[in-house]
Design a protein around this ligand. Structure first.
Ligand SMILES: Nc1ncnc2c1ncn2[C@@H]1O[C@H](COP(=O)(O)OP(=O)(O)OP(=O)(O)O)[C@@H](O)[C@H]1O
Ligand SMILES: [Mg+2]
Length: 290
């Protein structure tokens, strides 16, 4: 496969919006389709790491060691955490990195230089960010070609987005003019409430066609899966959450016309009907920023 433009960063400085869950499950879905995936955990919380069943406290190194000790990334990568998925793990060691590299020249380019060593080995590299716009996130935005913003279907979903978009624009202008906003995806949707539909409409008004049609529902299985160290699409493959992550994956590939071989026969039309959000009043949510 053409390995240009294959580094995706999942970023929102708001905590708990579904960044990690999306990286894990989109990565696992792509892997099931046969693509070779590298997941890069840049969050000192190490949730993408433990989400694949890796004990973050015992992993030999993280990008901290790659950066500070100049260790090759190959020595950090954990191979085949599931079939077709390799992982650059993270743990609390990374927490000090931002302070340690603040005075280094080229401090924004470390991750880019590290990933350059392995980019050709993978079809897709997915970077999970911490909930901040600090140097770790700046490194991730500088290393990537495409930004995906996960948003939670709740009041104030758009809160803080002005700051995120400003950061995106600054990085694009000064550090990485290859960066593009690839998509905005909505998660933790509860279609029993009007709120979810209103928020989705609000976000669609704002981001238009950038918003993925596949919307991830609130799903107990998605929240249980990390406790079992497995992506939900493996832990509960028939759950609604897993199903919708597969829809998101299809759309992710369709947007760039990448062919894939996928069983579509169990597609649930009811889920698709949930995306018909016409006739919903959109003036209830406050415009939060800008
Ligand atoms: N669709 C969903 N339905 C129910 N629970 C979910 C869903 N998506 C994520 N969760 C749960 O919500 C919590 C936050 O999700 P997640 O860790 O993916 O967010 P995050 O943006 O990566 O958080 P952080 O900013 O702390 O890194 C987790 O406990 C996760 O299991
Ligand atoms: Mg996370």
């Amino acid at each position: 496969m053409n390995t240009k433009n294959n580094i995706y960063v999942f970023c929102n400085q708001k905590g708990g919006v579904g960044k990690t869950t999306t990286v894990i499950n989109l990565g696992a879905c792509l892997a099931q389709l046969g693509f070779k995936i590298l997941i890069v955990d840049t969050d000192p919380q190490g949730n993408a790491t433990s989400g694949f069943g890796v004990d973050k406290n015992t992993c030999a190194s993280t990008i901290y060691e790659n950066i500070i000790q100049n260790k090759p990334i190959e020595q950090t990568i954990i191979k085949q955490v599931i079939q077709n998925v390799d992982l650059v793990p993270s743990n609390a060691h990374l927490a000090g990195l931002e302070i340690e590299i603040i005075s280094f020249s080229n401090r924004e380019y470390y991750l880019k230089n590290i990933l350059n060593q392995v980019v050709e080995n993978y079809d897709f590299i997915l970077i999970d960010c911490p909930p901040s716009l600090g140097l770790l996130t700046i490194n991730a935005l500088t290393a990537a070609n495409r930004l995906i913003i996960p948003l939670q279907c709740e009041y104030y979903a758009l809160e803080g987005l002005g700051q995120l978009i400003n950061t995106f624009n600054l990085v694009k202008e000064r550090l990485n003019n290859n960066l593009e906003l690839y998509g905005v995806m909505m998660t933790m949707a509860d279609f029993r409430t009007n709120l979810t539909e209103q928020v989705i409409n609000e976000v669609k008004d704002f981001f238009q066609e950038k918003v993925f049609a596949a919307i991830i529902p609130r799903s107990i299985k998605l929240s249980e899966a990390p406790g079992f160290g497995k992506p939900a699409i493996l832990y509960a493959p028939n759950s609604r959450g897993a199903f919708n992550y597969r829809l998101l994956t299809e759309e992710f590939l369709d947007r760039q016309n990448i062919p894939y071989n996928y069983q579509k026969e169990d597609k649930d039309e009811n889920v698709l009907n949930n995306y018909d959000l016409k006739n919903v009043s959109d003036n209830i949510i406050e415009k939060v920023e800008e």
